[in-house]
Design a protein around this ligand. Sequence first.
Ligand code: SF4
Length: 459
Amino acid sequence: MATVIVSGLTRAHETLLEGLFGFLGQDVVRLPEPDGEALKIGRIYCNRGQCNPVYYTAGNLIRFLQGLRASGEKDIEKNYYYLTAGACGPCRFGMYEIEYRKALHDAGFPGFKVVGVQQNEALVQDLRNLGFRFEKRHLSRFINAIILADLLNNLYYKIKPYEVMPESVDRWRNSALDLLYAVFRYNSSITPSLKQICDALSSLELDYLSPKPKVKIIGEIFSHLHEGDASYGLPSWLVEEGAEPVVEPLSNWLEYLFWEKIQFTRDRAFRGRVKALREILPAWLLKTSIHLHFAYFRFILNNRPDKLARQRQLARYAAPYYHVRLIGGEGHMEAGKHIYAVRKHQAHMVISIKPFSCMPSTQSDGVQTKIAEDMKGSLFVSVDTTGDAEVNVKSRILMKLQVAQKRAESEFREVLERKKLTEARLKVLRERARLQSLPMRNRRRRYIATATRVLATLV
Ligand code: SF4
């Protein structure tokens, strides 16, 4: 049976999917995070004028295949295939598969198979032809893997900025990933392992009473999801700069695909209501299942990770600024997520990151200034990734981050003054917060900074 090559997601997503595919008897190879060198290789073999994600992922794949060939591996085209996201839309995302084929052909791998993940029967048939036993009944396990990876990523960046013992949060994440990998690899129950992960989290020593600005990362899916060079390592860099990143879940995008399908089928339902209902029902069930599973797993984790924003709510927020039937990339979701972050007190600042010349994201940026103006005081910055403008991008973010830091400090000071708390009392509270793992009770949502929420819970 051919080995499947996966890449292009976060480490957490790829680890859990590797476990699931392993259970299905499929050999998996995970590629390293695409970096600057992958981008260069991608630019050599792909057509000009494409956007970064295709250069990064195609370059990463070609580098791996060239390495295999150099090590003497025979029959590469027969023994390996690449599983990637594929979609039909008005932006260049719909052309990715063709680009991969062209690049692979030019790099000397003309028969190499690329399978695009889409919501249709052809995917299941393509995988069966390659010997992969992925059936529709495995879909719920696949969705659970995506959701759990999202929750772990969200939690990791929520607690990493507050760790007391260096690397302790990384060790917690590694063991959580090992546990969940085993859950998917051996098809065991998720809940007990999740409870174990939650207990291990409670025993971590965290210093929550240092006010840090919360920064929500939105934008084009590939750029905002990536933790490495493709996003200039944005989430980790924000932690180094003393901020708390709020990362977006992939589940949101998955749910958006089903929401979009429901809306478009409903618009055309006059052509045949029964046929439309037959298409809407499975999409609605999958969309609802994503939401329910997300809420359940979040509950097991003591409701600590952020909620999954409702598609209806995002569309309602975005509608006055961005037509919700305009598809491609994240569509109206970028506008909706910006408003959501402000209205739900989710972040002090919002960064929209996109590959240079990304069409849907550039269109969104056109209305973001108006949204920032209407949201009174929203701190919004939009940045492009070209692969070689890291210093420029980061210095633009730093300028706004200083303002966000001041806002986080001032809301914290306000509670200190209102409650007449002295430095000595604060010191005692800090010790209590460290030892009691209080942030499990994520209340006081009228404040934004985690430090202020915890302080308000304590006094
Ligand atoms: S969403 Fe942007 S980056 Fe992604 S394929 Fe479309 S244009 Fe390219």
